[in-house]
Design a protein around this ligand. Structure first.
Ligand SMILES: [Zn+2]
Length: 300
């Protein structure tokens, strides 16, 4: 029988899983060193698809999810593309040479063209959708944007939504992106896989757990939850509650590349070992859970 002691220590190279291992929740964007200095500790993290793909492979992952750059004014996000440029088009072109990359369309549902862009992204082979209401300055509003969400649901595309407060003063009211808004979304579209990024962080993780307990189509994304340095760190008791209450078949490990390197993976693996997750659970969170959602999306 497998036990926590069998789990990998530094990286997933040589770790045999029952599912393809997925380097999840990664940002890709055109590099611009004026606004993003290379990381002195982990090396060069330019955010390009080529660099992301090579890093994932070196760490032992077989698949990568890449989120298209934010289409927002300068100063609002690092992972952005210049105004007027199409971030989805950029990612589609960059990914052509990387069949291991699963592209996520970073969209603003409140924009008039979002449903049309989503339809095109689906036809172009995008594997999911990402919403960042704080960076994009929009609200999660199921009624207003019903056409957009209906389409995500029809395509069975996994939908990742950023949840949790950013460090410092909030640039966008919390009521527009509170996790309980996702209860409306998940219950209105029970077939749509809804991935709750960062588990809402320490501040909202209990709300996220409540939404997950009442909606079987919701999933927890562990990005930046395992390390105290981040605003979205989840205390060990709360993390354990997710594993007890919903289980690893609804939990996905994520990275937030390019804010991520080999030392982060090693540290996260230690945190997961401390939670006592067995190998079957580890296989799920490192790719099995996401693979099940992806298979679902292909069936429609
Ligand atoms: Zn992110």
């Amino acid at each position: 029988m497998n036990c926590a002691a069998d789990l990998p220590r530094a990286n997933l190279v040589g770790y045999r899983s029952d599912h393809p291992k997925v380097f999840f929740h990664c940002h890709a964007f055109p590099p611009d060193y004026r606004r993003f200095a290379p990381d002195g500790v982990t090396g060069l993290m330019p955010g390009t698809v080529a660099h992301l793909s090579a890093l994932a492979r070196d760490l032992g992952f077989e698949r990568v999810t890449a989120i298209s750059p934010c289409e927002v004014p300068e100063g609002r996000a690092t992972a952005r593309i210049d105004e007027g440029k199409d971030g989805l088009k950029w990612l589609a072109e960059e990914s052509v040479a990387h069949p291991e990359v699963l592209s996520f369309a970073n969209l603003d549902p409140s924009r008039k063209d979002s449903a049309a862009r989503l339809e095109k992204a689906y036809r172009d082979g995008f594997a999911g959708v990402k919403l960042h209401p704080v960076i994009g300055r929009f609200s999660i509003d199921v009624e207003r944007d019903e056409d957009f969400y209906s389409l995500v649901n029809a395509f069975r595309l996994p939908l990742v939504v950023h949840l949790g407060v950013l460090p410092g003063r909030q640039p966008w009211p919390i009521r527009f992106h509170h996790p309980l808004l996702l209860d409306d979304l998940a219950s209105r579209f029970p077939e749509m896989p809804l991935i709750m990024a960062h588990g809402g962080g320490r501040a909202f993780c209990r709300d996220v757990l409540a939404v997950m307990q009442s909606n079987p189509n919701t999933y927890l994304d562990l990005t930046h939850t395992l390390d105290k340095r981040y605003a979205w760190h989840l205390p060990a008791d709360d993390l354990a509650a997710f594993f007890d209450q919903v289980g690893p078949s609804r939990i996905i490990y994520g990275t937030d590349y390019p804010w991520y390197g080999p030392a982060d993976l090693s540290r996260d693996l230690s945190a997961l070992r401390r939670l006592g997750i067995d190998k079957a659970g580890m296989d799920l969170i490192m790719g099995g859970t996401f693979a099940a959602l992806s298979a679902e999306s292909r069936r429609s």
